[in-house]
Design a protein around this ligand. Structure first.
Ligand SMILES: [Zn+2]
Length: 121
């Protein structure tokens, strides 16, 4: 199964918050892709609090959350950077038994690939 994640960065113009809204799949294998995004967000308008919101993700692995939190805690290179809070859904979502069910991101990608554009001259 192809696990893909997307990040939407929301920056408050009054420097009150930076939200990273994560959708798609957050797995042990792909969570590292968030590390540089989080690091960048922390230094955008320090010392603002960066919120990593996983509540909208279609698939979240517990190991991925642990690795993500460990990476944030261990990142001492960002002196003066703002704190990070990770929002995790109460029950970690996984894929339904039907492949791709509930993952609109993958559904869209598949549809686009299967729909060649035909032009009539
Ligand atoms: Zn997945």
């Amino acid at each position: 199964m192809d696990h893909k994640l997307s990040v939407l960065v929301q920056v408050d113009l009054h420097a009150q918050y930076v939200h990273l809204v994560i959708t798609g799949c957050v797995t042990e294998a792909n969570q590292h892709a968030l590390h540089p995004v989080i690091a960048r967000a922390r230094t955008l308008i320090p010392p603002v609090t960066v919120t990593v919101d996983l509540t909208g993700a279609a698939h979240v692995e517990a190991a991925a959350v642990e690795l993500l939190r460990a990476a944030i805690d261990q990142d001492h290179t960002l002196a003066g950077a703002g704190p990070v809070e990770v929002l995790v859904p109460a029950r970690l979502p996984g894929h339904a038994p039907v492949p791709h069910h509930g993952n609109t991101l993958m559904g869209r990608t598949r549809t686009r690939a299967a729909s060649p554009v035909l032009r009539v001259a």
